[in-house]
Design a protein around this ligand. Structure first.
Ligand code: HH2
Length: 260
């Protein structure tokens, strides 16, 4: 899953692809690099980010969805807002990626009324507060329990299990110790019976471990993506598609997995 951030303030590439044309070109470039899925987002979730209005978010993402509709990759909309979900699904999105796990009123229904896939992510707090909270007794068990409850809620709302993906939400209200425990504990998420997505690309946990600024984290990001795949992730959400693809080709060859 290649990341297309249509925002002025995303933590690693904010402002680089802010115009629809730049974002569309970036999406096509990521497909050339080997992305099967593009995640289009119009609101940054980095710590301290300011919320964006529904109108502004729609104005950012809809032209990009429109411009990428005929591309050969599947399209995901990264949003927490039910109105943005509905508009994006009507514009042809194949997946809703919700860092709020469809907890907003109307979000379950917005996805249930479509045939789209959904990614349910765990987070603690919101971008304004999430780095202050970080309270867990057993982070792996607590994140798993939350995701299990959200999978159950999605199924109860009429979303078939084969449309659901889960994500532990690296960096969302978790400190370095929690993030490392989650990566180490990734294999146990298999218990939930749905595919796992992992988003570690360029995140601060990598910077803290290897002492790297945000623009220096490609190698660490590739290592983290490989580890996540080897521990059971089926989708990795990345900025650096080419580098990740090349590294995954080696794992796939050794493990006898197919490239898709
Ligand atoms: N991380 C970010 C945004 N969306 N979605 C899922 N499912 N999993 C993640 O780990 C995840 C996500 C944050 O990364 P990025 O999009 O690069 O930055 P920003 O939120 O500042 O736009």
């Amino acid at each position: 899953m290649g990341i297309v951030n249509v925002t002025p303030d995303s933590f690693s590439d904010g402002g680089r692809f802010y115009s629809p044309q730049q974002a569309i070109e970036h999406g096509f470039a990521l497909i050339e690099e080997g992305a099967d899925l593009l995640d289009i987002g119009g609101e940054s979730t980095r710590p301290g980010a300011m919320p964006v209005s529904e109108k502004e978010e729609l104005a950012r993402v809809l032209p990009v969805l429109e411009g990428l509709r005929e591309c050969r990759a599947a399209l995901s909309i990264d949003t927490q807002k039910p109105a943005v979900m509905r508009a994006a699904l009507a514009a042809g999105a194949d997946m809703v990626n919700d860092v709020n796990a469809l907890q907003a009123p109307g979000a379950l229904a917005a996805v249930a009324q479509s045939n789209a896939a959904v990614c349910l992510m765990h987070k603690q707090g919101d971008p304004q507060t999430m780095q202050q909270l970080s309270l867990y007794h057993d982070v792996v068990e607590e994140v798993k329990a939350f995701l299990q409850a959200r999978v159950a809620a999605a199924i109860a709302a009429g979303i078939a299990p084969n449309r659901i993906v889960i994500d532990p939400g690296f960096g969302f209200g978790k400190n370095l110790e929690h993030n490392v425990a989650l990566l180490r504990g990734l294999p146990s998420f298999k218990d939930l019976g749905v595919p796992l997505l992992a988003g570690l690309s360029r995140k601060s946990m990598l910077g803290k471990i290897a002492q790297l600024e945000v623009n220096e984290r490609i190698h660490a990001s590739v290592a983290a993506a490989l580890l996540a795949v080897m521990k059971g992730a089926k989708i990795v959400r990345v900025h650096d598609v080419k580098a990740t693809r090349e590294a995954l080709a080696i794992v796939n060859a050794v493990e006898g997995w197919s490239d898709d």
